[in-house]
Design a protein around this ligand. Structure first.
Ligand code: SF4
Length: 242
């Protein structure tokens, strides 16, 4: 990483924090196992639908993840029917709950608090279907409150368009690259803020189909925006950024 790239990241962070207000309040404090289930439900699904599915699971089985693990798969699938691909997510969630039970002898992820962040993320990413976004979400969003950077599609799109990462880098591999650009002494809150402000900017200004470059505070830092506003050949707004 060049100094100029980290300088750019810090300036993007500073400008967006002025707009969205840092520190950003954490939106919930689930235990890490519940956060894992929530994160698995949220893949390619709107927040409202994944939140409703999560609440439905908790209500149907009284917040008992062991009961979800042992339930009829068809019933779990029907309970989370509002998310994308419930027929895949239901068996995956049950398989992960079974695997955690096998590995730990109990159904809890509270032990992750005793591990370093790289160790904890590596342990999580050994679970079937768990990648860097989910492992970072568990570490950052749950009551663990550890320093880890989730990258969702909005965050990724802004990072590509502003030149923090090449368009050829997909969401998965972008996690390690973007996290390496952060100052090593940043707290969990600062890293959470970085994710939140880039995500919010992607949702509200730098949208997939029609980025509002004319009112974007990042315009002078952003090669994509400058190309679009200058009438030059736009930098490709790659579907990779979706
Ligand atoms: S200038 Fe345009 S492309 Fe660049 S971050 Fe802002 S809205 Fe997105």
């Amino acid at each position: 990483m060049t100094d100029s790239l980290q300088d750019k990241l810090l300036e993007i962070h500073r400008r967006l924090c002025l707009i969205f207000g840092c520190p950003v309040a954490y939106f919930r404090a689930l235990d890490p196992l519940s956060e894992l289930v929530s994160s698995l439900l949220s893949h390619r699904t709107r927040n409202a639908a994944s939140g409703a599915a999560f609440r439905a699971l908790r209500t149907r089985w009284n917040g008992d993840w062991a009961a979800v693990r042992d339930a009829d798969p068809a019933e779990v699938e029907a309970t989370i029917a509002g998310v994308t691909w419930p027929e895949q997510k239901a068996p995956r969630i049950q398989a992960i709950l079974r695997r955690i039970t096998e590995l730990r002898g109990e159904l809890s992820l509270d032990f992750l608090a005793e591990l370093s962040v790289p160790e904890a993320r590596a342990w999580l990413e050994e679970l079937p279907g768990v990648g860097p976004k989910t492992s970072a979400a568990v570490m950052s969003f749950s009551s663990l409150r550890r320093p880890a950077l989730p990258v969702d599609s909005h965050h990724h799109r802004v990072a590509v368009r502003t030149g923090l990462i090449p368009a050829s880098v997909a969401v998965g591999p972008s996690h390690r690259i973007l996290e390496a650009q952060l100052p090593p002494d940043w707290t969990a809150q600062q890293i959470y803020d970085n994710h939140e402000v880039l995500m919010l900017h992607g949702q509200r200004v730098c949208s997939y189909r029609d980025p509002a470059c004319h009112r974007c505070v990042l315009l002078e830092l952003c090669p994509t925006g400058q190309a679009r506003m200058g009438g030059a050949e736009p930098v490709s707004l790659s579907p990779l950024g979706r």
